[in-house]
Design a protein around this ligand. Sequence first.
Ligand SMILES: Cc1cc2nc3c(=O)[nH]c(=O)nc-3n(C[C@H](O)[C@H](O)[C@H](O)COP(=O)(O)OP(=O)(O)OC[C@H]3O[C@@H](n4cnc5c(N)ncnc54)[C@H](O)[C@@H]3O)c2cc1C
Length: 299
Amino acid sequence: MDSGPSLPASAPVVIIGGGIIGTSTLYHLALRGVEGVLLERKKLASGTTWHAAGIVGQLRDSSAQTELGKYTARLFRTLEEETGQSTGYKQNGTINLALSPVRHEQNLRAHDHAKRMGIEAQLLDAQALASYWPWIERDDVLSAFYVPSNGQVNPLDTTVALAKGAKSRGGQIFEDTKVQRLEIDKGRVVGVVTDHGTIRTDRVLLAAGMWSHHFAKAHGITLPLHAAEHFYIVTEPMDGLPADQPILNIAEERTYWKEDAGKLLIGGFEALGKPYGADGIPEHFEFDELPFDLEHVSP
Ligand SMILES: Cc1cc2nc3c(=O)[nH]c(=O)nc-3n(C[C@H](O)[C@H](O)[C@H](O)COP(=O)(O)OP(=O)(O)OC[C@H]3O[C@@H](n4cnc5c(N)ncnc54)[C@H](O)[C@@H]3O)c2cc1C
């Protein structure tokens, strides 16, 4: 112990986990004048965050969530001006196809919801859809819902930008610092024990992603959160695929399609997800990828 960073003796808030959630929270606390401490067992974004497709949608089921989505899209633009660190945000828009009456109804509702929430959106006719995605077989498409101000970010760069913004306002980040357990007194947290010492605090945010379930369980708390593997395919570079190609979502096929460095990335959500890490996440996990499972994905 103690060849690493020197931790503060106490902190108003300790955040466990340096993924997008922990880092964003540290940044937003700092914006409000709270100088929190973030602890990350390996490197920032080395859990799930670095690997995300980074698709940014604003329209959600509730108005509150949609306001949050709008705020986030704005933040991805302003964060670079503020910190000098690019988030890689590009506003290439999203198109949601409906191949069934239920999804068509959902597209119509989303269109109304967008209007109410002040988000520019369009229902594309066949010709307009063809101009954005000429490769689509359009015979079974009932509607296509386009939101031009949605887009995609580079999640790793975004995490670094949030960290930079937080640190410039007094937030502290310690990498290679694993939280081992919470210290509890009379049912309330009083400290966070790490492999580099203990920090006294009465406020802790557990933002440890797929590690959170086991961490909480060790403290007698059931957290209904379980990791599942996520699969995608990347093509070879494709001629004629513009960098601002809108992201395509096809709910009936459970797929999303996006441009990724001149290639096409196709991600999917299976009808029956494949759980990951039921017995815990391997200790060495850091920027890791899982083996491709063709048998599971091919349906
Ligand atoms: C291939 C793929 C594509 C995706 N695409 C999208 C997308 O397009 N849009 C979208 O919104 N989401 C997407 N996601 C989901 C998104 O990546 C996650 O929801 C998000 O990154 C979770 O962030 P997090 O901060 O909760 O967790 P993580 O990024 O996993 O961060 C948790 C951190 O906690 C640290 N930690 C754990 N235990 C401890 C401990 N005891 N002490 C200290 N530190 C600890 C870990 O090392 C890790 O860095 C995608 C995910 C994948 C895998």
